[in-house]
Design a binder for this molecule. Sequence first.
Ligand SMILES: [Zn+2]
Length: 77
Amino acid sequence: MLEGVDGPSYAQCSSKGCRASASWTLRWNNPKLHTPDYRKTWLACDDHRPTLGQFLEMRGFLREVTPFGAAPDAPIS
Ligand SMILES: [Zn+2]
């Protein structure tokens, strides 16, 4: 089940069934559920960054994709 990541302690890919370590952060917002400034965070491995990115982009949810760990000051929510 695709869900948000609760914390940075377990940096695993958010793709269903994938246990690879995450190397990308996908930040997204569902305007029907979330306020405009809210961001859900998914983590993705190299293999699933395009898959998860397309899933979100098709729905118009994707806001930004950043290398995981590259922005230590970025809040993970
Ligand atoms: Zn993966």
